[in-house]
Structure formats: structure tokens, C-alpha cells
Design a protein around this ligand. Sequence first.
Ligand code: AMP
Ligand code: MG
Length: 402
Amino acid sequence: MKPVDEHLADILGAIRELPPLELALPESYGGVLVEPVTAPVDLPPFDNSAMDGYAVLAADVAAATETSPVTLSVVGDIAAGDQGAYGIATGLCARIMTGAPLPGGADAIVPVEWTDGGTAKVTIRRSAAPGHYIRRAGEDVTAGQTVLPAGTRLGPAQIGMLAAVGRARALVRPRPRVAVLSTGSELVEPGRPVGPGQIWDSNSFALTAAVTEAGGVGFRQGTVGDDPRQVLATIEDQLAYADLIITSGGVSMGARDVVKEVLSGVGTMRFEKVAMRPGKPQGFGLLDDRVPVFTLPGNPVSAYVSFQVFVRPALRALQGLPPAPPRTVRARLTAPITSPAGLRHYLRAAVSLDEGEYTVTPAGAQGSHQVFALASSNALIVVPEDVTERAAGDPVDVLELS
Ligand code: AMP
Ligand code: MG
């Protein structure tokens, strides 16, 4: 059997990064920048007020107190978007709004809460030091500064950053488009009645959601029965748009393992036994020299674990990101576990952080068909190939699922 790490290395060795695309900001979410972004101007671009209040000379209000307030003449209003027509001299001030440019001569902002709010004359009850509530040009970002390095995945704050420096578009490796297909003649669409021998398809839903969670765009293609021509035709149809294809079912040793049957010898597809539990039967290869195809086993837990171990890193690699597995923590077992020699074992489990220490409790049901235990878990205990048992209290590695 092939070691897990070797299978993953083969997968990552075959994956080429997606070509960069120039996307408008609203479409760029989840994309990974292929070049650094620099600021063409300072941010803020000009000195401006951080508060609604009055732009003053700090020296004029230095003596202002509750019992001995200072009164100044208001020369006018400056709103955000105004172009700073006023100049302030001693004895004068301007009413100013947040984000409005600081008028010439002024060197402090008195917030409106410290005043009587006057419009012709204003009475000020507290002093403000020079620079008070002024946002200086360039104090956030200076012109020429790199604001986002290459390799940044664009989330909401990063997209906001691009817009704030005037960018309407970004050059990114986009979120991979992933076709997800369930195979099996027993499968019925949820919402429809199941007959004898039938079950509802769950893999295509779980895997499409897993794609979204991993930063891809999933296209659920539903189910196809165990008919060789239909399976092959449906997979080939996905090549028109997909950056990656995931199938489930039909890859083990049964007489109707149709995925394996129709894809063997196609492209670079190889079907192998990987030394892991769950998820032993795995198929991977490129179709059309370009599109990675993962044929995952049909048992729902096997398919899901295989996704986390193999597909998730591949999705990251497509975007040029380090192909890291989900976050791993060290946790202390609350119960003993056993594990087969020679296989890497992924046990469904519940991890929690108690008083600064992670503890992990393995689920009672570890069958690869037992979706309830999976849905009740938030982690996978990873038991190395050479470990056959661990006692309660022993530390183990745990992959955190969201
Ligand atoms: P297979 O890998 O096709 O031999 O399927 C292994 C087991 O997983 C069988 O019990 C199937 O009925 C079940 N299975 C396969 N595909 C799905 C699916 N999409 N949803 C739920 N169970 C499935
Ligand atoms: Mg099947």
C-alpha cells in the first residue's frame, strides 16, 4: 500500500497553479494576489478631522475649562468632500465634520461634545493639545508602500485595502472551480422518496460545502448511476469549465466500480490503495493534461476525510498557496484508542480547549459509513502508521475541522 505522504506528494507534484486573471474587486473575493500591491498616494491623502467638532488653534483653547470656557467665532462649516477653502487665524475656528480636510492654520480639533455646538460663536469647555483628533496624511500608509504582498488571499479587509488605494481590479489566481459528482445506482436526491435498497446522496452536498470552506467554488453535479458510459460522459462534460473534479464512489474492489473502470488508463489517472483508514481506495490523475481529478471512495466518512487530506491541499496549490493541511493541535486523549499497524488512522473526535490545554475525545462510532459520528465531531485524531495504541492522557495530533 502507498503511504499517505507519498500519495499527497504525487498529487502536489502534478498540480500546476491556475493562470492569473484580472478580476474586478467584487469578483476577486478568495483570489490570491500574484503581484504585490503598492499605494500610489498617502493614506489618508490629506490632513483631516477625526471627529465632528471645531478646527481651532490649540493655543486659543489652551486655557478653556468648564468654569472658564473660551468663546471663538465660527467662520463656516467644512464637510467631508469640501476642498478646504478656509484659513483659521487666532480667535477664529471652523465647524468641521469627520473626514473633512483640516483648514489652514488650525492645529487641533475640539469635539462637538466639549462645546455648546454654536454656529456663529462657539463656547469651548476643554483644552485640546496640538494635533488633537487630527488624522495626518500618510499616517496609515505612505505613497509607494506595499499594502498587500503577493500571495495574499483576498478577504473582505484586503478587498477594502485595494479599493482604498484606488484599485478597481486585482490580478489574482481565482478560486478554483470544482465539479462535484456522486456515483452510485443506489443514490436518490434528498427530498425525493427512497425505495428499497436506495439511500439519499450525501457526498455531493458535503463535498461541495467542503470546497466552499476550503476556498473554492463548488458546482454540485448531483448523482449519476453506475453506468459506464454515463459516468464517463458526465465527467468529460465537467472538463469544459472545471479547474478540478471530485467524484465519489465506484473506486474499490466491487464488480460495479464504474469510476475506476472507465477512467483507468485515461489521462494520467491511477487507482491505488493508500495506507490510511478511512479512505484506502483512491484515484487521482490529470485529464486533458490539465484538470486534476480526485475519485474518492463512496463511504461518506472516507470521502470527507480524503477531501481534507488530499483535495484541500491541492486546492490551495492551484492558487499558489502553501498546501497546508487543516490546523493541527496537540491534544490530550480522554479515552484510550487502538489503531491498525501500517495505516494512518483518522479518528472522528471532539476537541476542546479547557484551561489552556486541548483535550480530545474519540467518537464511539468509527465506521466509515457512520455520518452521525462525523457530524458530531469537530476534529480528526491522526494516529501515525507505527502507533497501535494510545492511553488516556497521552498527547496526540488533532486536525481541527471547522
Ligand atoms: P462505493 O465506494 O461506491 O463502493 O460505495 C461505498 C459505500 O458508500 C456504499 O455503501 C455506498 O452506498 C455509499 N455511498 C456511495 N456514494 C454515496 C453518496 N454519494 N452518499 C451516501 N453514501 C454513498
Ligand atoms: Mg458505488
